[in-house]
Design a protein. Structure first.
Length: 279
């Protein structure tokens, strides 16, 4: 893992002279396979033999060609889809369905238009029947963390695309999940807004200490954000490679123009091959 400034919001200071035992994975997938039956009754293999461990506090990006099963893998990790075979464990326990230990951010923010920003963020608190009074201050703190302090009473139509996605991120974090899953959350944004959101997400991740699995079609985005980049093959999706990104934290946008950044991007692009060129 890279030498980021904040590895976890809860780890505190460590004595570098004392060897640290590796932490058990926060989420662990072993030999996951997923097949489904299409409308013409043919069997389609979406995922094949996926094995992947993600450590606490790690930021893992997942990249691969369209249709390789990235979103299917995320849905399995979120407990929204049962794999055809294989095992998935979160915090040492089998994943059998949705869990309050998981927050999910999709490409579309899916905000309720009749609810204010604050009420949208508080939606998981209502669904999970948590104490509203206890989580109200946390919701306000999160809106400050994502740069939306003062927008609590606004409605989604009054916000830009990037601001709506920030609301979605705060909503995914409000119930304090251990794992944050993000499925191409910035894919619909313009290039400048997307770069700004990458910087903001890096800051929020460092300050919150959350574990993140982030799906993207952008090789540059995968390298910029990730401690490790999981490269998936064309369907059926397999883990073709896992590239460790040994770049310091925090990272700035100028890093993308550097030679060392280009080395990582080229390695991933070459590993994908002609069928998987993404940019």
């Amino acid at each position: 893992m890279s030498d980021r400034v904040i590895t976890s919001g809860r780890e505190g200071l460590r004595d570098a002279s004392i060897p640290q035992a590796p932490s058990p994975p926060l989420i662990s997938a072993a030999a996951l396979n997923q097949t489904y039956v299409s409308q013409d009754r043919s069997v389609v293999a979406a995922l094949a033999d996926i094995s992947l461990d993600i450590a606490p506090g790690e930021f893992v990006t997942i990249v691969g060609p369209s249709g390789c099963g990235k979103t299917t893998l995320l849905r399995i990790m979120a407990g929204l889809l049962r794999p055809t075979s294989g095992t998935l464990r979160l915090l040492g326990r089998p994943v059998t369905g949705p869990s309050r230990n998981v927050g999910v951010v999709f490409q579309d923010p899916v905000l309720l238009p009749w609810r204010t920003v604050l009420d949208n963020v508080m939606l998981p608190v209502q669904v999970l029947r948590l104490d509203r009074r206890s989580y109200h201050s946390r919701a306000l703190d999160l809106l400050g963390l994502v740069g939306l302090a003062g927008f609590e009473s606004k409605y989604p139509h009054e916000l830009s695309g990037g601001m709506r996605q920030r609301v979605s991120l705060a909503r995914a974090l409000v119930h304090d999940p251990a794992l944050l899953l993000m499925d191409e959350p910035f894919g619909a944004l313009d290039a400048m807004t997307r770069e700004a959101m990458n910087l903001e997400l890096q800051r929020i991740w460092q300050e919150s200490g959350k574990t993140v699995a982030f799906i993207t079609h952008s090789i540059a985005e995968a390298v910029f954000l990730g401690d490790r980049v999981v490269v998936m093959s064309p369907r059926p999706g397999r883990v073709a490679d896992v590239v460790t990104v040994s770049l310091g934290r925090p990272r700035d946008l100028d890093l993308m123009a550097s030679d060392v950044f280009g080395v990582y991007a080229r390695k991933i692009r070459q590993r994908l091959g002609p069928r998987g060129l993404l940019e």
